[in-house]
Design a protein around this ligand. Structure first.
Ligand SMILES: Cc1ncc(COP(=O)(O)O)c(C=O)c1O
Length: 455
């Protein structure tokens, strides 16, 4: 197994950093001028891009992004899944144009027929019969968590260590030494002690799940079908069946967040793997880049909520904490209808998955050839490499493989050679416009930059 030479890595990183700074004077100048923005960026996580300053966007179409210095990139970041349908897909643009310009009415507080079409389509894909819309997956998770608490009368949410479900307070938890939930490092001013709201289990470890559920106070298990925000950590055989069985046995709802794992196929991992959740959350990509999110409820959960609203002890129409003025607006429902109906189709998923398979094989070839101790994991249209071997089984194992210096080197080396990877990790996602030539270009660049380190 090849060893990582940190001195060589530092020298390579320095050279890539110098090339990056040199090639992007306009992006750098804009960043330096942006003193009126918190952290000099429109959203503080944009500082996650390596290189000391982010690239500034000039334009983007399909899987191509061009920065203000005139460099074009093959985009495998795709807005960390927000642009899984490609940048500005034509069908979505046409629907947005129709709604916003031709017919008018972006936010009116009035429903449109589009929402019904989208609800029916989401039911076809994920099986839940009743849907409600939000403007982000974070909001969908937050509101669905409230409904799960209401439906069960229980206070806590069970999450997995190193999960991510957006900026949802309950989910920023790790198991403490006494088994109680404790805050993840960096959690900004948690409103209450995490132990009051959350139980934490370990991914792929049903014993830890049962220990948490046995307390009888868990309203819902909130989980992705696979962890996707600490590398991709796939479920082992029997894990999801076990979760379903334990949830039922302990009277806990099973809430599945498909926001990233929709990459698994047309109906996400829920359909591919035959999962049976009580609540489904999805967001990011389904509006083709227009802000949107959705949660779906089983009939039983919807009825349990309605029992409370009918007697007046819960309010889901005004100030009950479930809703947002712009949620379900005409523009985002029009965008979802077009994106789901015409862009993220079964045929598109077939092609995207084939390309991700080729991408994964390309990465694996270099890892084998140079005996690099990393692994690459595919989930439908997405794939990700991680700096450890064998493949991690848990969030904890995957987190232990994090390496900021390696991340920075790979991201900068890729950018300098015309490839964008997701800043938060080493995820690559295919969209309908990704081509085999784009994948082969990544394979070539990956061989070159990993070869410089391990060759
Ligand atoms: C699984 C999952 N759920 C929810 C979210 C939140 O999405 P948003 O930031 O669009 O609210 C994310 C964001 O990365 C996510 O990965």
């Amino acid at each position: 197994m090849a060893d990582l030479d940190r001195t060589r890595l530092a020298a390579l990183l320095e050279a890539e950093q110098a090339a990056y700074t040199d090639k992007h004077p306009r992006s750098r100048a804009l960043f330096e001028e942006a003193t009126n923005l918190f952290g000099r960026v429109p959203m503080t996580w944009m500082n996650m891009w390596s290189g000391g300053f982010p690239l500034y966007l000039d334009h983007a179409r399909g899987n191509r992004v061009t920065d203000v210095d005139g460099h074009s990139y093959v985009d495998f970041a795709l807005g960390d899944t927000g642009a899984m349908a490609g940048h500005s897909p034509e069908a979505t643009l046409a629907a947005v144009q129709r709604r916003a310009a031709d017919r008018g009415g972006i936010t009116t507080m009035l429903p449109t027929e589009d929402a019904q079409w989208v609800g029916a389509e989401l039911e076809r894909r994920f099986g839940m019969p009743v849907w409600s819309f939000t403007l982000s997956a974070t909001d969908a998770n937050r509101w669905a968590i409230r409904l799960a608490r209401l439906a069960t009368g229980r206070p806590k949410i069970l999450v997995f260590a190193y999960c991510y479900h957006g900026s949802v307070d309950e989910a920023f938890a790790l198991p403490g030494p006494d088994g109680k939930a404790q805050s993840r490092p960096g959690n900004v001013a948690p409103p209450v002690d995490l132990d009051l709201t959350t139980r934490v289990a370990t991914w792929n470890d049903l014993v830890s799940v049962e220990a948490a559920l046995a307390n009888g106070d868990v309203a819902a298990i909130l989980t992705e079908p696979a962890l996707t925000n600490i590398g991709i950590v796939l479920p082992e055989p029997g894990f999801h069946e076990g979760l379903r069985e334990l949830a039922t046995r302990y009277g806990t709802l099973l809430m599945v967040d498909e926001t990233h794992t929709l990459s698994a196929g047309w109906g996400g991992a829920i359909r591919e793997w035959g999962l049976e959740p009580d609540i489904v959350v999805v967001g990011k990509s389904i509006g083709g880049g227009i802000p949107c999110g959705a949660y779906g409820l089983s009939r039983e959960v919807a009825e349990a909520v309605t029992r409370h609203t009918e007697v007046g002890d819960a309010d889901i129409v005004d100030v009950g904490g479930v809703g947002g003025t712009l949620a379900g607006n005409a523009l985002s429902t029009a965008a979802m209808r077009a994106t789901l109906g015409e862009v993220l189709t079964p045929a598109a998923f077939g092609r995207m998955t084939e390309l991700a398979t080729a991408y994964t094989a390309g990465v694996q070839e270099t890892l084998d050839e140079l005996d690099v101790p990393w692994t690459v994991t595919q989930l439908g249209a997405r794939a990700e490499y991680r700096f450890t071997r064998p493949t991690p089984r848990t969030g904890e194992e995957s987190a232990a493989a994090a390496d900021e210096q390696l991340d920075a080197y790979l991201h900068l080396a890729m950018v300098n050679r015309g490839i964008l990877m997701t800043p938060f990790h080493n995820m690559a996602l295919m969209c309908p416009q990704t081509s085999r030539a784009d994948v082969d270009r990544h394979t070539e660049v990956f061989r070159e930059v990993v070869g410089a380190l391990y060759g």
